[in-house]
Design a protein around this ligand. Structure first.
Ligand code: RUB
Length: 268
């Protein structure tokens, strides 16, 4: 019997995480699955399990699958993987707006790669810890391994250090009419950047456009603390940063101002 790797559980448990990584890993899995089993009802079942594995960070995957689901083929899945992977080159080129001292949040592959590709212009990166799951550590290690000077700070210190940086840059799970959906804490950083007149850049590919509301994922309260049994503990995984705080979105297709993105979203 063909044993499938438990990719759905790996996404749920965040062993596989981040919007682009989930999209690419899921497509690779579906490619392998379809080669072995074809495109019958079991394929459709896997697709819907993957789509619903996490509500917020699977927007990109759902966008890609929308087209594949209409008439699934090996070629379509292969093309989608290639298209996603090739978008990073455009993002890196357009990310030449990044320079000096930057503050980042969470662990976004598109953002980290863009920072590394532009490291000659970047003096230092302030990396937030990103509680409660500390995804910031992953970015800190990756940037440090690429020879970039980093300063690691708690999320609550972002406002305190805002005057020490030239700009803030974050990734995104979805780009919507209401603003940028990204890891919880992004909104507070954007507000702090605005308060100190620092540019706030979002580094994300155009496959993350979503014309509609995105459901915000609530995670296990025990990730926050185990020491308040019986109390209400809220643990949203993401927040929405309104466009008024966003300087521009650095995409594979150019550096886009909020009004331009909002216009493009109407045609998605
Ligand atoms: C990850 C997160 C990332 C985006 C973008 O959240 O918010 O900033 O997914 O990442 P989680 P990428 O850790 O909860 O999955 O650029 O890799 O698509």
């Amino acid at each position: 019997m063909y044993l499938m790797p438990d990719i759905v559980n790996d996404i749920k448990s965040m062993k596989i995480r981040s919007s682009k990584t989930i999209a690419v890993s899921s497509l690779r899995f579906l490619l392998d699955f379809a080669k072995k089993n074809g495109f019958g009802s079991r394929f459709n079942e896997k697709v819907s399990q993957l789509e619903s594995a996490r509500p917020t960070t699977t927007v990109m995957l759902r966008n890609v699958l929308e087209n594949i689901k209409k008439e699934p083929s090996i070629k379509k899945i292969n093309d989608a993987i290639q298209r996603i992977e090739s978008m990073q080159d455009g993002i890196n080129k357009n990310a030449s707006v990044l320079h000096g001292k930057i503050m980042i949040h969470c662990n976004s592959t598109e953002l980290d790669k863009a920072v590394i590709a532009n490291k000659s212009r970047i003096k230092e990166v302030f990396v937030t810890d990103t509680g409660p799951r500390k995804q910031g550590l992953l970015s800190a290690k990756e940037l440090r391994a690429a020879g970039i000077k980093i300063k690691y700070i708690t999320d609550s210190a972002a406002g305190y250090y805002m005057q020490d940086v030239d700009m803030v840059a974050v990734g995104a799970d979805a780009i919507t009419q209401n603003g940028i959906v990204n890891k919880i804490g992004t909104l507070l950083m954007a507000v702090a950047a605005d308060a100190f007149s620092r540019p706030f850049y979002v580094i994300a590919d155009t496959m993350k456009y979503h014309n509609g509301k995105v459901k915000i994922e609530y995670r296990d309260p025990l990730e926050v603390t185990k020491k308040l049994p019986g109390s209400v503990i809220l643990n949203p995984g993401f927040d929405v940063t309104p466009w008024r705080y966003v300087t521009a979105v650095v995409t594979d297709q150019g550096v886009k101002k909020p009004l331009q993105v909002m216009k493009e979203l109407r045609n998605v």
